[in-house]
Design a protein around this ligand. Structure first.
Ligand SMILES: [Zn+2]
Length: 171
């Protein structure tokens, strides 16, 4: 393997990509295998996936165990995705890579749209779990009622439309 482009990351599909070829605004990679793969970097804010108020709720609800990353953020989200789909995500630590501008990058087998749905589904499950431990039956019932009406696909469609109107803060 040529090393001219620095370290290469092997993707779930078997292709490889040079870390230095990834740019910070990238959300999706058109791969040589013919598929598009989602690209997520550690400094992409979690508002890439949900509105700010939900990010704040998650920060309150979720106990993060990492001292380095006490606030709930994109690395936690991608950790959840990797736990659920270990075969579908490639991850690289780029801290030794010098001037690429990111410390961690995750590239998934699925495209950025599917990844968005996966992230939202996992967060909804996690919140259900958190609320079921809240010892408030009323909170649980209210949450379940809201979730019955919550449509992940519709949410993702709508959020992506709104976000793409004003993409600056999300890249
Ligand atoms: Zn590929």
């Amino acid at each position: 393997m040529a090393t001219a482009g620095g370290e290469r990351l092997e993707l779930p599909c078997g292709e490889t990509v040079a870390l230095t070829s990834l740019d910070l605004g990238m959300r999706e990679l058109d791969c040589d295998c013919g598929e598009a793969h989602a690209v997520v970097m550690d400094m992409h804010p979690p508002t890439r996936f949900f509105p700010e108020f939900l990010v704040e709720t998650l920060d309150d609800v979720v106990e993060t165990t990492s001292e380095e990353m006490p606030d709930f953020g994109t690395p936690h989200l991608m950790g959840m995705v990797m736990e659920e789909f270990p075969e579908q995500i490639a991850v690289a630590d780029a801290t030794d890579e010098g001037d690429v501008g990111f410390a961690m990058v995750w590239i998934s087998q699925f495209d950025s749209r599917r990844l968005h749905e996966v992230v939202v589904e996992l967060v909804v499950e996690m919140m259900e779990h958190a609320i079921s431990h809240a010892e408030s039956e009323r909170a649980m019932t209210e949450f379940e009622e809201q979730m019955l009406e919550f449509d992940v696909t519709a949410f993702v469609d709508q959020y992506r439309d709104e976000r793409d109107l004003d993409p600056e803060p999300y890249v």
